[in-house]
Design a protein around this ligand. Structure first.
Ligand code: F6P
Length: 341
């Protein structure tokens, strides 16, 4: 019999509850008990926990957010908090801990694993899909689908008014949401952090479209996108690191309107991309991730993040998962470029 702790940390997103349900269902089938830690790492520091049983996780597969609550903590943690977490974990009698989270949550998990030898397994949550080592993190597919629906809606109004609409999506350091939602929504221009652009070239593309009779355009821009000569790189990176809104969409819209004279509007999709029910894809990978996390605990295999590659689950070192962001590669970006202008 094992006692397993589970927490959800960082930005919430649809699929967290699906993971919790899967963890509990699979753990119970193995004869294990599960303790849910409230509000991410904060809950472990404050000893705020509750038992999770089959009844508590019943009916939450399709529920957005997290029944455990979450908190945002930017790593590294203060030594005193690290120590507090390690002490509380050891006192709790737990044999293993599942940390469901993205880059920040997993960086803390890594520190606790390396410095205090805590037996931790990570589950990749990232609406931004920025974690290295896994083809997908849960939350991303839902964000892309929500953003695509919004682009579809903005398309019809842009066309009717002969306007340019700049749609700013989330993504922090990476442009995956912008790229995939942009392609799915038929965006005319997609701007991502991985490939800084010159605003004059963007304006040339828009003018060329107008000349062809397309008097409206849809630009999808990732919040972390960089505009050559206009982004204050240092301030921009600082904002992104601290999860502060960058307002890059507004800046681009102002530049376009003043340079081209085309009427331009901005729509910042924001947290709507992380709300509501997970897509079926996210429900499925969340369920598989939760199930597999317990499999790894059965094997006493720690310091790994559950990952999916070519539709097969595997254990990927947390250390490598958080070492760099999974950036958009040139071959995928080429697809987006073909549709510009
Ligand atoms: O990392 C997920 C994410 O949604 C980013 O895309 C965004 O920059 C950030 O979280 C927003 O953070 P918060 O919910 O703290 O405003």
């Amino acid at each position: 019999m094992k006692k397993i702790g589970v927490l959800t940390g960082g930005a919430d997103c649809p699929g967290m509850n699906s993971v919790l349900r899967a963890v509990v269902r699979k753990a119970v089938s193995e004869g294990y008990v599960v303790t849910g830690i409230k509000n991410g790492w904060t809950g472990l520091a404050q000893n705020d926990m509750r038992v999770l049983d089959l009844q508590i996780v019943s009916g939450i597969l399709d529920r957005g957010g997290t029944i455990l609550g979450t908190s945002r903590i930017i790593p590294p943690l203060k030594d005193s908090m690290n120590q507090q977490i390690a002490d509380n974990f050891k006192r709790s009698g737990m044999d293993a801990l599942i940390a469901v989270g993205g880059e920040d949550t997993l960086k803390i998990a890594l520190e606790l694993y390396e410095k205090f030898d805590l037996p931790i397994i990570g589950v990749p949550k990232s609406a931004d899909n920025s974690l290295t080592g896994t083809d997908y993190a849960f939350g991303f597919d839902t964000a892309v689908n929500i953003a695509t629906q919004c682009i579809d809606r903005l398309h019809t109004t842009a066309e009717s008014h002969h306007r340019i609409i700049v749609i700013e999506v989330m993504g922090r350091y990476t442009g995956w949401i912008a790229l995939e939602a942009g392609i799915a929504g038929g965006a005319d221009i997609i701007l991502v952090p991985e490939y800084p652009v010159n605003i004059d070239l963007v304006c040339d593309s828009l003018r060329a479209r107008h000349k062809r009779g397309k008097t409206f355009s849809i630009i999808v821009i990732a919040e972390g996108a960089v505009i050559e000569g206009h982004s204050n790189q240092q301030e921009h990176e600082e904002n992104i690191r601290n999860h502060r809104v960058s307002r890059v969409g507004e800046m681009v819209a102002d530049l376009i309107e003043s340079k081209t004279g085309f009427e331009t509007r901005v729509s910042v999709l924001g947290h709507i991309q992380r709300g509501g029910a997970p897509t079926s894809f996210d429900r499925i990978i969340s369920t598989r991730f939760g199930f597999y996390a317990i499999e790894l605990i059965k094997q006493d295999k720690y310091g790994f993040m559950v990952a999916i590659h070519k539709n097969k689950l595997n254990a990927f070192p947390i250390k490598d998962a958080v070492s760099k962001h999974k950036a958009i590669e040139p071959d995928i970006y080429e697809i987006a470029k073909v549709f510009a202008a």
